[in-house]
Design a protein around this ligand. Structure first.
Ligand code: FES
Length: 221
């Protein structure tokens, strides 16, 4: 059964390792049947194009741009301290978190407990220069991260409340917990040591168009 927490990923428990037996669908094809299969596939492809073109053409300009991975503008005016906002960019969930002062304060001094405190490694997106700091963001109070666990692609949940609670250490100061295999991340998306995820949550390129407008997917660089 597929895991409801799992976000789309190129690898994962459903993908067999490289030396596992190949499924029937990718075994060598019987040469005598190749022509017939090719002709059928070609007809199928034509039918697919005939139905796909009107479907894509029916998209509005903004929907087409979004499907192609255009930057996403987000209004962050009115976000309350401690609030998390979810948007989608390039098919990925992106979280915007308005951290409180107390949340920012938890980030200092965690380095010895973190696997990669300086964000030297990354999952799919190299960490932008402006996020290679302790709070991993342009503005201390606003964190922007991709909400996909780099271990096997689940979506972590926010566990902002500090203190002992199930699946978390007694000295928990707030952050994120991946329910699939227990990776924990601090309030800057940095993974703790000895967890299944080898790297931090990705920070997407982003920039501020104004005090209250954030652009995700593009930056001044
Ligand atoms: S997917 Fe395994 S810990 Fe997140």
């Amino acid at each position: 059964m597929s895991d409801p927490n799992k976000w789309a990923t190129a690898s994962g428990p459903d993908v067999p390792p490289g030396n596992a037996p190949q499924p029937a669908s990718i075994r060598p094809v019987d040469q005598s049947r190749r022509g017939a299969i090719g002709a059928t596939a070609a007809l199928g492809a034509v039918g697919g194009i005939a139905t796909a073109v009107p479907f894509v053409a029916s998209f509005s300009p903004s929907e087409r741009a979004k499907a192609a991975g255009a930057p996403v503008e987000v209004d962050i005016a009115g976000m309350k301290p401690g609030e998390l906002k979810r948007v989608e960019w390039q098919g990925k969930p992106v979280w915007i978190i308005r951290r409180t002062e107390a949340m920012v304060d938890t980030l200092g001094g965690l380095d010895p407990q973190l696997a990669d405190p300086a964000s030297d490694r990354y999952y799919q997106i190299p960490t932008p220069e402006y996020a290679r700091n302790e709070w991993r963001s342009i503005r201390k109070e606003t964190l922007v991260v991709v909400g996909i666990c780099p271990h096997l692609g689940c979506s972590p949940s926010d566990r902002f409340a500090p203190g002992a609670q199930p699946s978390l250490p007694d000295d928990w100061q707030g952050g994120f917990l991946c329910p699939c295999h227990g990776s924990t991340f601090d309030l800057a998306g940095r993974v703790f040591k000895n967890k299944p995820s080898p790297v931090n949550l990705d920070v997407p390129p982003h920039t501020y168009l104004s005090d209250s407008k954030l652009l995700i997917g593009e930056d001044k660089a």
